[in-house]
Design a protein around this ligand. Structure first.
Ligand SMILES: Cc1cc2nc3c(=O)[nH]c(=O)nc-3n(C[C@H](O)[C@H](O)[C@H](O)COP(=O)(O)O)c2cc1C
Length: 206
């Protein structure tokens, strides 16, 4: 059976477009792969604590041969174990100020760790995790295009870069745009999502 790690990021509960999108993608994945074992990590409902001094010190000590089992790293180890046990990852999230929301950034900060999920080499950082597909659906209030009134997408390149650092090189991002601009754009974005599910999902997870 396929194990899916689902990171849900929106704090808006059932009103969240990205959470609704997550249900669509999971249905499509299950139709394609059969029943899923899902590890739910709800960062919107249960945000992780901010990075503190104890985590910072223990985190940096590991790369220098320090204790991987330090108490300050236990939450990080649990989150990394969730990632390691997953065959694929689904991230459903809003965009916040052109990039990842702070709650998702905290998950990244406790999972992307020197000497644990990546190592530094003269050639740059090398990922230590087995590669697996990552599907990310990001709900955006506005739009991204070349004309006036557009905005720049720092979410997509950042997410691909930072997950690539730990060895996850197959990251597909779908932007749902204009989600704060009335029901027609929202309906169009869900049509776009369903089309993406038909094309991108099988290509990614086979
Ligand atoms: C703090 C904050 C920052 C936001 N920044 C952006 C942004 O930079 N670009 C954008 O298109 N939408 C932005 N939005 C709008 C949300 O991305 C949008 O409402 C999205 O649909 C929320 O996702 P959800 O429906 O899954 O909760 C922002 C919303 C909040 C609360």
């Amino acid at each position: 059976m396929t194990t899916l790690l689902h990171l849900n990021v929106s704090p808006r509960g059932e009103r969240s477009h990205s959470r609704q999108a997550g249900s669509v993608v999971r249905e499509r994945l299950a139709a394609h792969r059969g029943p899923l074992t899902v590890i739910e990590r709800d960062l919107g409902a249960e945000p992780l604590p901010p990075i503190d001094a104890a985590f910072t010190d223990a985190n940096l000590a590991v790369a220098a041969g320090g204790d991987e089992q330090a108490p300050a790293l236990m939450l990080s180890e649990r989150l990394i174990a969730e990632l390691e046990s997953a065959d694929m990852v689904l991230i459903t999230t809003p965009i916040h100020n052109f990039t990842v929301p702070a709650t998702l950034k905290t998950w990244i900060d406790v999972v992307v760790r020197p000497g644990r999920t990546f190592r530094s080499t003269p050639q740059g950082k090398q990922g230590l995790l087995r590669d697996r597909p990552v599907l990310a659906v990001v709900a955006c209030g506005g739009a991204f295009h070349d004309g006036p009134g557009s905005q720049q997408d720092f979410f997509t390149p950042y997410l691909k870069y930072v997950l690539g650092t730990i060895g996850l090189s197959r990251v597909e991002v779908l932007r749902m745009e204009n989600m704060n601009r009335g029901s027609d754009p929202v309906a169009r974005s869900f049509d776009h999502l369903r089309a993406w599910c038909e094309a991108a999902v099988p290509a990614m997870v086979d």
